[in-house]
Design a binder for this molecule. Sequence first.
Ligand code: GLU
Ligand code: ZN
Length: 510
Amino acid sequence: MNTRDRYAPSPTGLQHIGGIRTALFNYLFARSQGGTFILRLEDTDRTRFDHNFVQNLYDTFAWLGIKWDEGPDVGGTAAPYIQSERTALYKKYAEDLVSRGQGYYCFCSAERIEKVRQEREAAQSGGSHETGYDRHCRDIPAAEAAKRAASGEAHTIRLKIPLGEVTRFQDQLLGEIEWKNDDVNPDPVLLKTDGFPTYHLANIVDDHLMEISHVLRAQEWLSSTPLHVIMYKSFGWPPPQFCHLPMVMGHDGKKLSKRHGATSIDEFRRQGYLPEALINYVAMLGASYEEGKDIYTLGELEERFSLDKLNKAPAIFDYKKLEWYNGQYIRMKSDEELTALCLPYAISAGLFGKAGGANSGSPAEPGSPAEPSTEQRAVFTAAMPLIRERLTFLYEAPEKIAYLFSEPALPAAEEFIPKKADLAQTVALLRLGQTLVQPLAEAANDEQAEIFIKEQAEKNAVKLGDLMMPLRVAITGSRVSPPLFGSLRILGVQCSKERVNKALAYLEQK
Ligand code: GLU
Ligand code: ZN
């Protein structure tokens, strides 16, 4: 049998970590089996539906680079893949259950249902275990019920759960699960008064018609599964294989939520996470691959994924680990790729000045952040090797290399002074540094620059660190900066000399 699985989100919120974990595992499982991954929109809850959430779903997966083989946007043999376009089908199947005596019409008003629910809830304190509906309409003779329904009396369709039986199924991860039918949600509504299906009906009908072989979904759905298995039996359909994925928790062991940090993918994206980092980390949530290997490409995951790599224990979402992944993936980017990724942050941070301003290379509206000129872009790309190892997030790039685009403010004189030195010694060190600017800026690479400056330090009997410190501060405006030699090469001899001269004049006045 072909493996067919699906991601079946309800567009009632933004895509979040839990959702993309489910999607990713289904995607990987289908790929690992040479199967088919399907997207189905479960949009029957019209009160909570919002078109923006559908857009967010498409945007998120386009950004992640995860594609489905069948779905609303790409079509497929089981189309349509949007439940609100399939309502006639659900009604037909619900009616079919009624005619076969596996379902029944319920004519109870919403008020009555609510009253029963409340009474049963109150009775629980007295030891009763009964909840929900009281199966009031279950025994109305079929002919009478059919007549009432045909005459237009408002009704829902409920599942007639066979009582006194036990329902069993094999969860691929959790093993055999059994449930007494009498304890399952009593005769739940399948079709609502307005003719819309409930989640349970639409989900089962679609999984059947779309020939879904495996249902991989979050463990919070586990309690619905006995009901689903009963429904398959009532319809006379073979159920799919079920696999309930471990929950994703925050560090405190509670279900991951906004209290723990970002959860919507939009938010991670805005914060400067790379899709590869997110995919790699999320793929590890609740699964174990090779000991000691953390980095996996999507291709490697597609090959390696299998249900026996899943953990039963909940997965703890570790924001620090995700940050680590992000840094790792940033390091794998070429200068050009990293430029393309960081430039939008640099532009909006105003690194290239304002449009229409003196520093501007772009014809955009005056006052808005400028695009880089050709030279600025080249400088930006040249600066990528300087910061690649120092980035955890893309947005950190502009701040780290701002000194390459505009002269940094001179910091307090103390900043220039190496440990155990005084101002006069610092001035002397910087004067020596000044004579080295040209050869350093013109050195072919870091190694040559380093050999040269070491020689000079030795020749002049000064410590290498003491020689470099004031020079670094003069060039970058800070004691902590990207590498000095690379900075000198990018800024060039003239600009570098000007900065050193200015710093010298400033220190000499002190
Ligand atoms: N529409 C459900 C959800 O939002 C689908 C659950 C399932 O996979 O059966 O998660
Ligand atoms: Zn009823």
